[in-house]
Write a protein that binds this ligand. Structure first.
Ligand code: DQA
Length: 147
């Protein structure tokens, strides 16, 4: 399987951005960990980070050609973007939503996700491990579809 990993706005600042909430790993380090996890799972991952909603929408549309699943941390767009949700619904690729922080123990405006209803499931609160757990969950789901 080939998995598209999408990182939304401000995640390029990981490592320096509110490390008490988001941890001290950089996005590069998280992507490296994901590549290692992918190798063990015998899948490939490609990552894209963007601060622009439309670029993420385009990437979801284009994913249909090359990828079997999407792992997404939409950042703040999680709580605002009907466009991202509709893009995921349109391509209908199995999608797992991840968050570094536990969005449900933070401010009320983070408690609602537009992505959740179109995702297989969500992993929130395990720091950088959320991504690895999300990748495992997505690959497990795709393998079950194959059976
Ligand atoms: C986040 C949580 C969002 O509420 C926030 O806007 C982010 C990061 C997380 O990974 O914990 O940018 O998605």
């Amino acid at each position: 399987f080939s998995i598209l990993v999408l990182h939304g706005p401000n995640l390029n600042l990981l490592g320096q951005r509110e490390p008490g909430i988001y941890g001290s790993l950089t996005l590069e380090a998280i992507d490296r960990q994901l590549e290692e996890a992918a190798a063990v799972l015998q899948v490939t991952v490609s990552s894209l980070q963007s601060n622009h909603e439309g670029i993420l929408v385009d990437a979801i549309h284009d994913a249909l050609e090359q990828y079997q699943g999407i792992l997404i941390n939409a950042g703040a767009y999680t709580h605002t973007s009907i466009a991202l949700r509709d893009a995921i619904a349109a391509v209908a690729l199995p999608t797992v939503e991840v968050h570094l922080s536990n969005i449900y123990r933070r401010e009320p405006f983070r408690h609602h996700s537009y992505i959740a209803p179109v995702a297989i499931g969500q992993i929130s609160g395990f720091g950088a491990d959320s991504y690895r757990l999300g990748l495992h969950a997505l690959v497990h789901h795709l393998k079950q579809l194959e059976l």
